[in-house]
Design a binder for this molecule. Structure first.
Ligand SMILES: [Zn+2]
Length: 222
């Protein structure tokens, strides 16, 4: 049996969402079919406006709302998020996270006062094109610039302790290698690279880790 075409189309679209299988997708589609027109309109309006109303910090790639306060108009080249604009935060320490949800979880612990860099994904060993989709080149350039200004920087790799997270961390370490402290190449300027402590445990994801675990992992970074 097949559903009417518009429903099939919606189900197909929902299955593209992370973690959504065909059964859940069908549940969403039928929910929308039953729902009153106001909810449906609100939903489609929010989706349509999403890219128009949300931009990304040009330094750390965290999402930000485009409004008059942050002065984001047609020209996005100089916009910074609330963290990157905050002069009380230590710009020499940059924590690398896979996604924004991880950033918020670390922020909640109030134990980290540096800045972030949101990769926007992770490298899967099966997807060789993945590194190009992440903000890794931007990270390299960001640290290079920082080293010229400040001579030293610390990078904390906070990718998740999963196979993909480890692959991503190793890849970034390799990319940043030329910027590490090396008297022959960089003089006394260089970046120190550490990995968020293993306190997180194998396979546990930052997004779901509790505050105490993250605090410990931060203290035990090496
Ligand atoms: Zn930022």
């Amino acid at each position: 049996m097949v559903y009417p075409r518009p429903i099939e189309k919606l189900i197909e679209l929902f299955t593209r969402f992370p973690g959504i299988g065909p059964k859940q997708a069908a549940r969403f589609a039928f929910y929308l079919l039953k729902e009153n027109s106001k909810t449906v309109e609100e939903l489609s309006e929010s989706i349509k406006e999403l890219h128009k109303k949300v931009g990304f910090c040009q330094q750390c790639f965290k999402s930000i709302e485009r409004d008059s306060n942050t002065r984001i108009h047609s020209n996005d080249s100089n916009i910074l998020c609330e963290f990157c604009r905050n002069k009380n935060r230590d710009e020499n320490i940059i924590m690398i996270v896979e996604k924004e949800q991880d950033l918020l979880n670390i922020e909640r612990t109030k134990k980290f006062n540096g800045l972030y860099h949101v990769l926007g994904g992770i490298i899967s060993p099966l997807d060789s094109s993945a590194p190009a989709k992440l903000h890794i080149k931007d990270l390299f350039e960001r640290i290079k610039k920082l080293l010229i200004l400040k001579k030293e920087a610390e990078v904390i790799l906070a990718t998740n302790p999963t196979t993909e997270g480890d692959t991503t961390a190793l890849y970034i370490e390799r990319i940043l290698k030329p910027l590490e402290v090396n008297p022959h190449i960089n003089g006394d300027a260089g970046v120190k690279i550490s990995r968020l402590g293993r306190g997180l445990g194998i396979g546990s994801e930052l997004e779901y880790a509790d505050e105490l675990t993250i605090k410990e992992a931060l203290t035990n970074r090496k």
